[in-house]
Design a protein around this ligand. Structure first.
Ligand SMILES: Nc1ncnc2c1ncn2[C@@H]1O[C@H](COP(=O)(O)OP(=O)(O)OP(=O)(O)O)[C@@H](O)[C@H]1O
Ligand SMILES: [Mg+2]
Length: 516
């Protein structure tokens, strides 16, 4: 044992001496060639053989995977996949990783662990091919800091992170041809296993990625946990099935969209009065498809470019939502901030005769930044950029479909228009089944007749069908609903009578004026 250690120490000293001698010799030869003006010729010749030379001295090849490849527009999928792939090896005691990065995980008590910088882990593929992964980072380049391109900002100022894969020259074909695709496949599978559905909003922030990585994003998110599914959404069953079939066709339509040469995306326009279940429908869609939701608050988006940026940072398998599109976008091309305006109007009302206060700094800033235009939104939906990524659903909701510009909602942009209406008899029957567990009752006919005359939202019907006291059952709940509907019908008749009386009175006054 000792003899072999001594021999290996001696051989490393020897090779050190040989390398130093070679370096000195090389300098002497190179200087002589330069003085004879022959260095260009020899240099070209040497460059051709440099690779082979390197393989003799250092028989390793490397592949580097950068966190942001190309521009800084998007985190590289390959990097995230490698990170997810290496997660198990990193936590394995036998891998010998001594420095780990700990980041918050799904489970509030746990951490997601990954390799710290300069840590290396070995991996064996097919029992014979050994490779080594090294994690490292470099400071941001100076030209990044100014924000180059429009991406700029904090993402550009963050360290540039990499994984470097090293392997023996003789394993080149296996590593490049089989191992690397295997890493990506396994990494993707790990990401899907760990995936939590998310609800994103366009408030810029630093956020933890699926893989536990710290990513800087124009979106911030919370875990999406909405209980509404199509099973509990009250709607005419035939219409519901139609929507579910449409979603299925979209989800399975990758080849179809490629064949007909269209981007793999679909637009839905949900319109109808308040409280008829538009937002609820979006939650049901996301639960059904198992997609993330990106909820865009258009009034906080400053420019068309920012809108595009938001779009690029969305991932596939997602639903991008713009609620109340008619309120967020002035169709002449300017935006207005409905909520702020409402609040301001309410304030003015309560202030009564107080003088109007000068606009606040925030309002001024908002005015300056109000540059999202209709054409920006149209581009967002079906411009060239909208095709990147694929498998996205875009949903607009509105209470006033008639106010929307036809260009915005034409087929191809909003492919499917879904009207969410007041509760009809079919939706009522569905609610009765879900809430009371009944398919028929002698009061059903009365409800059917009343629902024809009265507009009641599914939310209100559901509220009436909910048992509230210990003795409540199907009879009492339905009786309660009938009572409410009759009351609503009487109120409606009274309002109509009043309106007719006012109109008649006005006509009479007009008539008197004419006579005079
Ligand atoms: N069809 C329905 N089935 C079951 N519950 C419903 C249905 N429609 C509405 N609700 C319930 O009514 C409430 C309001 O619904 P929701 O927020 O989806 O309405 P909306 O159409 O988005 O209204 P708005 O136009 O004001 O945004 C929710 O709590 C939801 O659970
Ligand atoms: Mg809503």
């Amino acid at each position: 044992m000792e003899a072999s250690q001594a021999a290996s120490a001696w051989s490393s000293v020897n090779s050190g001496i040989v390398l130093s001698l070679a370096a000195v010799l090389w300098t002497v030869v190179w200087n002589s060639l330069q003085s004879l003006q022959l260095h260009h010729l020899v240099g070209r010749h040497l460059a051709r053989h440099a690779r082979r030379l390197a393989a003799v001295v250092d028989p390793y090849l490397t592949v580097t995977v950068a966190e942001h490849d190309g521009g800084r527009m998007k985190r590289s999928d390959a990097y995230r996949e490698v990170q997810a792939y290496l997660h198990r090896a990193t936590c394995d005691a036998s891998a010998g990783v001594r420095h780990l990065r700990a980041e918050p995980a799904k489970n509030p008590d746990a951490f997601v662990l990954s390799m710290a910088d300069r840590e290396e882990v070995a991996d064996v593929f097919r029992g014979g091919v050994t490779v080594w992964w090294l994690a490292y980072s470099t400071p941001p380049r100076e030209d990044d800091a100014g924000g180059g391109f429009y991406w700029g900002g904090r993402a550009a100022r963050a360290d540039r992170r990499f994984y470097r894969l090293s392997f023996l020259e003789r394993d080149r074909d296996v590593v490049l041809g089989e191992y690397l695709p295997h890493v990506r496949r396994e990494g993707r599978a790990a990401m899907v296993r760990n995936r939590q559905r998310k609800l994103f909003t366009n408030l810029a922030g630093d956020t933890w990625g699926d893989d536990g990585g710290w990513c800087e994003s124009v979106w911030s998110h919370v875990v999406f946990e909405h209980p509404k599914t199509f099973d509990t959404l009250a709607m005419d069953p035939a219409r519901k099935k139609d929507i579910m079939d449409d979603l299925d066709a979209f989800r399975n339509g990758k080849e179809y969209y490629a064949r007909v040469g269209r981007a793999w995306k679909r637009g839905y326009l949900l319109h109808g009065p308040p409280g008829t279940g538009k937002s609820t429908m979006i939650a049901a869609m996301a639960n059904y498809l198992d997609y993330d939701i990106y909820d865009i608050e258009l009034t906080s988006v400053r420019t068309n470019t920012d809108l595009r940026k938001l779009f690029i940072e969305t991932t596939s398998k997602s639903i991008i939502v713009i609620e109340d599109i008619d309120c967020s976008l002035d169709l002449t091309g300017k935006r207005k901030n409905k909520k702020k305006k409402d609040a301001a109007a309410a304030k003015n009302d309560t202030d009564g005769d107080k003088k109007e206060s000068p606009p606040s700094e925030e309002e001024e800033k908002d005015k300056e930044g109000s540059k999202v235009t209709l054409s920006g939104v149209l581009n967002f939906i079906d411009g060239l950029w909208s095709a990147c990524g694929g498998e996205r659903i875009i949903v607009f909701t509105t209470n006033h479909v008639e106010k929307l510009d036809p260009a915005l909602i034409r087929r191809g942009r909003m492919d499917k228009h879904i009207e969410m209406s007041y509760c009809g008899f079919e939706a009522f029957k569905f609610l009765a089944k879900v809430y009371l567990g009944i398919d028929a009752h002698h009061l059903f006919d009365a409800v059917r007749a009343l629902l024809r005359d009265v507009d009641m939202t599914p939310a209100d019907v559901a509220e009436n069908l909910t048992p509230k006291a210990a003795g409540d059952n199907a009879d009492t709940c339905l009786a309660e609903l009938v009572k409410e509907l009759e009351k609503a019908k009487a109120d409606k008749a009274q309002a109509k009578g009043k309106a007719a009386a006012t109109a008649a009175a006005e006509e009479e006054v007009d008539g008197d004026d004419d006579e005079e």
